[in-house]
Design a protein around this ligand. Structure first.
Ligand SMILES: *[C@@H]1O[C@H](CO)[C@@H](O)[C@H](O)[C@H]1NC(C)=O
Ligand SMILES: *[C@@H]1O[C@H](CO)[C@@H](O)[C@H](O)[C@H]1NC(C)=O
Ligand SMILES: *[C@@H]1O[C@H](CO)[C@@H](O)[C@H](O)[C@H]1NC(C)=O
Ligand SMILES: *[C@@H]1O[C@H](CO)[C@@H](O)[C@H](O)[C@H]1NC(C)=O
Length: 798
């Protein structure tokens, strides 16, 4: 018996839908069940699970519901067994009146996916009502000269049952004078007609008492009786005559109580009592007598009860005019009730889902039914929602609608919708009903966190305290709740040997970055790493950002003097020929600084001298030169203290002590070259002097050339340096020389430092131009190791 009606209304619906109530939709099939009225509560109706072809577990998992048309819970679905039971006693007469068949429409509603199954429940009649007559007694006046075969229409009995359980037959006892003839009316009712079988005689029997029995067709049949009292009258010639056989009148349903409806009138030609007319309703059923009353003498009809078009659209009233002699005539009064739009449309919500997830294409929000009890345009309704919302109304069947989302919703765009469903009828005036539904869109983790910047650059001064907060990264997530709860973490560095985790840490909650150790610019100038922010959604989404940490230099290194070496037991001694001109280059203080920038810009300054004014130190390159011509009067030994200072804030400095010995030319005792001293002590000293003098002259010349080139190169280079690095304040000072560790020491300052070996007492040093084939002293190698502390310097020390 069951049929499945899968609703596949895919068509995009227009927002406004005209629905004529009661119009059933063609093409939709339905399941049919039947049950007898007055069945006990809990009576079994059907097994829905089997009929719908569903597994029993599916019913509860898909939240099966039975929704009936009028939203009264007549039926109960047992989700465990799939059985459908009666939830209350059904009275067919109450539900359907005389309508046959009596059908209760209901829907089985399933979710995930949404499905509707329509079904009908036929309520079968049982013979639970007896025929009844409205009057316990019927009075008839029949003239004695009435001919045999004359018929008298009798009031019909009423039986609320239908079909074979309704009224079927009449009979009358005792029936010496009359028999019953059954007459069918156009409305399908049957009337008893009393047919005179044997002539009456007033003188013999002035009054008859008969019992009229109405029988219905049930098994067993039920019956109802009424007493018929017949007065046998003397002769009366003329019957009353109505001016119209049919009166028709239209009455608005909102007509007040007691209003006049119409006046009927009849005439009787007889005089006296036989011409006196009284009006009565004839065979009027209960509802007519309740609603209308007729004045027996004037024939005016008035309203006794309020009319309701929705209950009765028209009344057909038989009015009988009877004269004093018992003769009567009938007319028909047709009262048509005019519909007034007095009923608001009704909306019954069957199911609402207030929370719908975002990103789901089409989601069911609500199921509801509408109806309007008025008829015609007054009963036609328009269903609409606001047209700026991503929701649509779809009719399912008959007067049922669903509210579904039109497309996938985005919570980040809008999280809450107020949907107002408006049902308006087309009557005058229009009546409407509204229902507000608030729909919340629940969050799905569809947004990854985003960092406020794709890369962060943090500057941190070296020698920082450990665990210093050096900055923060921050990300935001457009989702909500745990989907927006962020956790920050460090990503493993690209170079697996880089000790990132011992260097920085990140606060997982707020993205604060801490440097764990004290940094040393001279060791690490910059590093970068990646941080990640992940949300707590499932699955979690994350994004990355680059953090670059630049270590800012601090002036924490004092200048380091490369030449002359300062840790020797005795300061080194320079020889100066007494014949040297003013400006003679005695020696050069060479220093470097481990810092960079300003912190590595060095200046040289003569701090102390045995004879001030004899020697000068060039501030920017550390060259020690004679300031004037030397004379015989000048002391032989001189001690100079040179201050080497960097330009940091505060500046750091170091002092260098130089010992100078003025000599009259380079004589034997002062030039104990190790090899010469060891092997050629006996050689001709004059040759040695000559060689030395020649060498000195050529070296001075070469040195001047070198100096010129150096100064030129240095100027050019400095311009480039200033362009490349931002100079914190002002210009690069002219008196400073930059020896920062980044590049080579000014390229042109390439000297060979020749150290004499042997005992400390005769430790002589002098500068020589680089001449490749000059002998290289063994002892220079010791120095080479020491000088190797920073191999990035292009300073050749042998
Ligand atoms: C009505 O009842 C009478 C007598 O009881 C019977 O003769 C007649 O056949 C019945 N008519 C119907 C339609 O049952
Ligand atoms: C929906 O209605 C409620 C109550 O009327 C109101 O508080 C809320 O702001 C409304 N929301 C929107 C999105 O209009
Ligand atoms: C529904 O909402 C509309 C507008 O937000 C408001 O005017 C109306 O009063 C509400 N109706 C009900 C029944 O709450
Ligand atoms: C000078 O210091 C260096 C290290 O700075 C060392 O190797 C060298 O032996 C020292 N020289 C003397 C003579 O102390």
């Amino acid at each position: 018996m069951e049929t499945r009606g899968l609703l596949a209304l895919r068509k995009r619906q227009v927002l406004i839908l005209f629905v004529l109530l009661g119009l059933s939709q063609a093409g939709l099939e339905s399941g049919r069940y039947s049950v007898a009225e007055e069945s006990e509560i809990g009576s079994f109706v059907a097994n829905l699970a089997r009929d719908l072809g569903l597994r029993v577990e599916e019913l509860s998992s898909r939240e099966a519901r039975v929704v009936s048309d009028d939203n009264k819970k007549h039926l109960h679905l047992d989700l465990l067994t799939g059985d459908l039971f009666l939830n209350k006693k059904l009275d067919r007469e109450e539900l359907c009146g005389s309508t046959e068949p009596c059908i209760l429409h209901f829907q089985v509603l399933l979710k995930n996916p949404l499905e509707f199954f329509r079904a009908e429940l036929h309520i079968e009649d049982i013979n639970d009502h007896s025929p009844t007559f409205l009057d316990k007694e019927i009075h008839l006046k029949i003239s004695e000269i009435t001919t045999i075969g004359t018929t008298f229409l009798m009031e019909s009995a009423q039986d609320l049952d239908i079909g074979s359980n309704s009224l079927q037959n009449y009979t009358i006892i005792p029936n010496a004078h009359f028999y019953i003839k059954i007459r069918d009316s156009s409305e399908g009712k049957i009337y008893p007609e009393l047919v005179l079988d044997k002539a009456l005689d007033h003188e013999e029997e002035p009054e008859l008492r008969l019992t009229l029995i109405a029988l219905d067709g049930g098994t067993p049949p039920r019956s109802g009786t009424t007493m018929v009292l017949i007065k046998v009258l003397d002769i009366n010639d003329n019957a009353p005559e109505f001016s119209q056989e049919l009166y028709e009148v239209q009455v608005r349903e909102d007509t007040p109580l007691g209003s006049w409806v119409i006046t009927v009138s009849a005439k009787d030609l007889d005089a006296g009592n036989y011409g006196k007319i009284s009006y009565t309703f004839f065979h009027a059923p209960e509802d007519i007598r309740r609603t209308f009353e007729i004045n027996p003498t004037s024939g005016e009809v008035h309203l006794r009860a309020l009319l309701d078009f929705e209950v009765t659209q028209s009344y057909t009233i038989n009015i009988q005019a009877t004269d004093g002699g018992g003769l009567s005539e009938k007319c028909i009064l047709l009262v048509k009730v005019m519909d007034i739009n007095d009923n608001r449309p009704e909306m019954t919500m069957s199911s609402i889902t207030n929370r719908i997830p975002e990103n789901v294409p089409e989601t069911l929000v609500a199921v509801f039914s509408v109806r309007d009890q008025d008829s015609g345009d007054n009963g036609r309704v328009i269903c609409s929602i606001q047209d700026d919302l991503p929701f649509i109304l779809k009719p399912t069947f008959k007067n049922f609608f669903t509210l579904v989302t039109e497309k996938a919703l985005d919570r980040e765009m809008r999280a809450e919708y107020n949907v107002t469903i408006t049902v308006t009828d087309l009557g005058t005036p229009r009546l409407k009903t509204q229902h507000n539904i608030t729909v919340w869109v629940s969050d799905v983790n569809d947004n990854a966190p985003t960092f406020s910047q794709t890369s962060y650059t943090l500057f941190i001064r070296e020698n920082n305290s450990p665990a210093l907060h050096m900055g923060s990264v921050s990300a935001t997530d457009r989702d909500s709740g745990t989907n927006a709860q962020l956790t920050y973490s460090l990503l493993p560095p690209q170079d697996p040997h880089f000790p990132l985790t011992s260097l920085v840490s990140i606060n997982a909650e707020n993205g604060h970055l801490f440097v764990l150790r004290s940094l040393d610019y001279e060791v690490l100038r910059a590093f970068e790493f990646r941080v990640s922010a992940a949300d707590a959604g499932s699955p979690a989404l994350s994004s990355e950002a680059l953090v670059r940490v630049v270590v800012v230099d601090d002036n924490d290194n004092s200048p380091f003097v490369l030449y002359p070496l300062q840790n020797g037991s005795a300061p080194c001694t320079e020889l100066v020929p007494r014949a040297a001109e003013a400006g003679y280059l005695v020696t050069k203080v060479v220093a470097v600084d481990g810092d960079s920038g300003q912190n590595a810009w060095l200046s040289y300054q003569l701090l102390k001298a045995t004879e001030p004014g004899l020697f000068s130190v060039w501030a920017h390159n550390g060259e020690v030169r004679t300031a004037r011509l030397l004379s015989e009067r000048d002391a032989a030994k001189h001690r100079l203290v040179v201050l080497v200072k960097d330009n940091g804030e505060p500046p750091m400095s170091v002092t260098v002590t130089l010992l100078l010995l003025l000599v009259d030319g380079f004589s034997q005792p002062y030039l104990p070259l190790p090899e010469v001293a060891a092997d050629e002590a006996q050689a001709d000293s004059l040759t040695v002097y000559l060689v030395i003098a020649l060498a000195s002259v050529s070296s001075l010349f070469l040195f001047s050339v070198l100096l010129f080139v150096t100064v030129w190169l240095c100027r050019r280079n400095r311009a480039a340096w200033v362009g490349r690095y931002p100079v914190p304040e002002g210009h690069f000072p002219d008196h400073l020389v930059d020896v920062s560790g980044t590049g080579t020491l000014s390229q042109s300052y390439q000297y060979e430092v020749c150290l004499t070996g042997g005992s400390g007492t005769n430790e002589f040093k002098f500068l020589k131009p680089i001449i490749p084939n000059l002998p290289v002293h063994e002892s220079g190698k010791n120095m080479g190791e020491n000088a190797n502390f920073r191999n990035s310097f292009g300073f050749n020390i042998q």
